[in-house]
Design a binder for this molecule. Structure first.
Ligand SMILES: [Zn+2]
Ligand SMILES: [Zn+2]
Length: 317
C-alpha cells in the first residue's frame, strides 16, 4: 500500500501467512488511512481470504505505517496484537502527550537545532500522528518465540536498531526472512532517534544497536528477504556489505568535518545535507546522531556536554 512518506522506501508491505488451521496471521497492517484500507480490502480479495480469517496480528515495530490499521483490525476480528515490549509504548501512548512533545523538543535543542525548525517538524508529523489510532492493549511478542504456520515454522528475532523493539520473522527451514524495516532492498533503513515521554530511551544508541543486529541477520542462510517496503529480494549478505560501506563512507565524512573543530549535530547535518533539509530534520539528525554514536562507541569522537547544546569533537588528529 502506498504511504505518504517518501523517505520510508516506497510502498509498505503487509503479509498474510497461512496458519495450520486455515486461519491467518498478519504481519504488519499498513497505515490504516482510507487508501490503506482500500489496498487491504483489495489484497484480501485477491488472496481469496476474508478479514475474519485473521487470528493473530504481529506488528514488526512501532511505526505508524506498520501498525496504523492494527486497532481497527483488532476491533473487527478480535485477533490479538503482538508487539515487542520495547515498542509497545509507541502503539499504546497518545502522541499528543505534551510531556513527550516537550522531551523531543528539549532533545533537538540539545542537538543544536533552531526552535522554528523544531516547531515545523512537530507540525509536520503531528497531523499524521493524531490521525493514527493507538491500541488499548497489546500482547508481548517475546524474542525466541516459535510460531507454527501451515507451511513452515518461524522464530521471532529481536533486531533493535531501526527502533528499540524491532523484530523480524525467520523461517529457518524455508530460508525466508520477513525483515520489516531492518533490511530493505534499495535504501538504508535509517535508525531513528528515540525520545520517550520521560526521556527513558536516552541510552539507546540506534545505529550502534542496528549494526549489532545486522550480524545476526548476516549469519542466517536465506534465499529470500521479504522486506517492509519494496519488492522481495535475494542476496542479504551483499545488501549488508553495501550498507556497511555506505555508513563507513558517511562516518569518514563526519570525521573530516570535525577536523575544523567541535560541532553540534545540527551544524554537521547542515554541512552534509544542506540547510534546505530542515523539512526532514528528524531523519537528517537521526542519521547524523546515529553515526556520531558509532564513532563515539569506537573512541574516534567524544561528546562535549555544554550548558545548552552537545558538541562532538574528533579525538584523532
Ligand atoms: Zn519503520
Ligand atoms: Zn516502514
Amino acid at each position: 500500500m502506498s504511504i505518504p512518506f517518501a523517505a520510508a522506501g516506497g510502498q509498505v508491505n503487509v503479509y498474510l501467512i497461512d496458519n495450520a488451521d486455515g486461519s491467518l496471521t498478519m504481519f504488519d497492517t499498513g497505515l490504516g488511512n482510507p487508501a490503506g484500507w482500500d489496498a487491504l480490502t483489495a489484497g484480501f480479495l485477491a488472496a481469496g481470504r476474508r478479514l475474519q480469517d485473521v487470528r493473530r496480528i504481529i506488528v514488526s515495530h512501532g511505526h505508524m505505517d506498520h501498525f496504523g490499521a492494527a486497532r481497527a483490525l483488532h476491533e473487527r476480528t478480535g485477533a490479538p496484537v503482538l508487539v515487542h515490549p520495547r515498542d509497545a509504548a509507541k502503539v499504546l501512548d497518545r502522541p499528543e502527550d505534551p510531556q513527550r512533545r516537550q522531551a523531543i523538543g528539549r532533545y533537538f535543542l540539545r542537538l543544536g537545532a533552531p526552535l522554528p525548525a523544531i516547531l515545523q517538524m512537530g507540525a509536520r508529523y503531528g497531523k499524521q500522528e493524531r490521525a493514527t489510532a493507538r491500541l488499548d492493549e497489546v500482547e508481548a511478542l517475546d524474542p525466541g518465540l516459535e510460531l507454527e504456520f501451515g507451511a513452515f515454522r518461524a522464530t521471532v528475532v529481536h533486531t533493535p536498531g531501526h527502533t528499540p523493539g524491532h523484530v523480524v520473522l525467520h523461517a529457518d527451514s524455508a530460508r525466508i526472512l520477513l525483515s520489516a524495516d531492518h533490511l530493505l532492498g534499495r535504501i538504508s533503513p535509517c535508525p531513528l532517534i528515540e525520545v520517550g515521554p520521560r526521556d527513558e530511551d536516552k541510552s539507546f544508541r540506534a545505529l550502534v544497536a542496528y549494526f549489532e543486529s545486522l550480524e545476526t541477520i548476516e549469519a542466517m542462510e536465506l534465499d529470500w528477504v521479504l522486506p517492509g517496503h519494496g519488492e522481495p529480494f535475494t542476496g542479504h549478505r551483499k545488501a549488508i556489505a553495501g550498507l556497511r560501506a555506505f555508513y563507513e563512507k558517511r562516518q569518514a565524512r563526519l570525521l573530516s568535518l570535525l577536523q575544523d573543530g567541535p560541532r553540534t549535530p545540527y551544524e554537521i547535518a547542515g554541512a552534509v545535507f544542506g540547510k534546505t533539509r530542515d523539512d526532514e530534520l528528524y531523519l537528517t539528525l537521526s542519521e547524523i546522531v546515529g553515526n556520531l554514536e558509532v564513532l563515539e562507541d569506537s573512541g574516534r569522537v567524544e561528546r562535549l556536554r555544554e550548558a545548552d547544546v552537545d558538541r562532538y569533537r574528533s579525538t584523532t588528529p
